[in-house]
Design a protein. Structure first.
Length: 399
């Protein structure tokens, strides 16, 4: 491998200079790469020498575009049986965010300044910090796949220490959003009592189970009768239903768990089993045909009306066609009930019991790490009287 200077004259008689790296790649093919500055040529020579030795070098002519690499990546994900919702998200990231800006860029030309410029453009186009983070994760996964296919030598996103930067962005996002608040992100104890008292019909067993077990909506929709142990008063989580109503295993190993259920839930489920729609899937909360119930139905026909009936609502200030005030439910998603369950587990002392330790709360919720549990719910755990403790420590020190 060598670096040499080339000088020539243009048709107008102007003298031009360039630096050429002359080398033989790992396939034994002679390659020439031109640079306007010697230091750029020297830098390429140093990197290419190591890559050729390691067998990872990819010449520009053998490289492909970001868009073509993305198509290969998604096709591979689909062939490997990845969840449909996940591959659809990958396709959206590629088609709506990555391809329009850097889709024509060759992988060999993708460097740190190019990715930083891509980030800046996404930000300028109005993408949120959370969305930018997800797009970069997808781009990193795509480049990892391209590396395995021999289409690129580097995963430039991983080289940028994306995990550290993503962690910083997550902290910034949490600061902007703030901690979850009782009465804002999750119902108060009084509101839950009112909701429970107002529950009736086919939605009563489902919403009671949500309140007192903390199962995710997808886990409730995929729950089978075979996973309800009436004798032990336990519910086992072994499958979930995605947003396409397709059944599959929980996304993480921690998602597979056993959750205790209080007597009210167990007795309600016993009664519900006698009258619930029957189907081949054996689902506890199926639709009228015995198939997976849609999340929209649960929210719009179950959760929302129950809140309005319980008075857990607010006046929109608008009038309907009959001139009556338009009232809407205060909490719009099933995750509010999961948040309540977490807070209830943490602060059982108000019911004369003991609050559960963080590790147990993590296991009940099916979080993949204790860090996730503490990030979301850490501020809800009971704290001692810090002022009194500090006063006692001061007195002991100065006595």
């Amino acid at each position: 491998m060598s670096v040499r200077k080339r000088t020539w004259k243009t048709s107008k008689g102007d003298e031009k200079t360039a630096w050429i790296v002359d080398y033989v790649d790992g396939k034994g093919v002679r390659r020439l790469k031109t640079f306007p500055r010697k230091k750029d040529a020297d830098a390429f020579e140093a990197v290419a020498t190591v890559q050729i030795t390691e067998g990872t070098h990819v010449a520009d002519s053998d490289s492909t575009t970001v868009k073509k690499a993305g198509d290969l990546w998604i096709a591979g994900a689909e062939n490997n049986g990845l969840e449909r919702s996940t591959t659809n998200q990958y396709r959206q990231h590629l088609d709506l965010h990555i391809a329009p800006f850097i889709g024509a860029t060759k992988l060999s030309a993708l460097n740190i300044p190019a990715v930083r410029a891509f980030e800046d453009r996404l930000r300028a186009e109005g993408r949120s910090p959370a969305m930018i983070r997800k797009i970069l994760v997808s781009l990193g996964s795509m480049l990892a796949d391209a590396q395995e296919r021999g289409l690129t030598a580097r995963n430039i996103v991983r080289d940028m220490r994306g995990k550290r930067r993503a962690g910083k962005e997550r902290r910034q996002e949490r600061r902007q959003k703030g901690k979850i608040k009782v009465g804002v992100d999750l119902p108060t104890r009084e509101e839950v009592k009112a909701i429970v008292a107002a529950l009736e019909g086919r939605w009563r067993p489902l919403l009671l189970t949500a309140v007192f077990t903390g199962l995710r909506a997808s886990e409730l929709r995929g729950l089978r009768w075979s996973d309800v142990d009436f004798d032990k008063r336990e519910i086992r989580v072994h499958q979930r239903a995605d947003r396409f109503n397709e059944l599959g295993r929980p996304k993480s190993e921690a998602g597979e768990r056993t959750v205790p259920a209080p007597p009210l839930v167990i007795n309600t489920l016993r009664e519900w089993k006698l009258t619930c729609p029957k189907g081949e899937l054996g689902l506890v909360f199926s639709n009228g045909n015995g198939n997976v119930e849609s999340l929209a139905n649960i929210i719009n026909r179950g959760l929302m009306p129950a809140q309005v009936a319980a008075g857990v609502s607010f006046d929109t200030g608008q009038k309907d066609e009959e001139g009556k005030p338009v009232v809407k439910a205060r909490y719009t998603g099933m995750h509010a009930l999961r948040h309540f369950y977490a807070s209830w587990c943490i602060n059982r002392t108000q019911d004369g019991g003991l609050g559960l330790p963080p590790k147990v709360v993590q296991e009940r919720l099916g979080h993949s790490s204790i860090m996730m549990t503490m990030d979301v719910y850490g501020h809800l755990f009971p704290r001692g009287d810090d002022a009194a403790e500090l006063a006692a420590a001061e007195m002991a020190l100065l006595a």
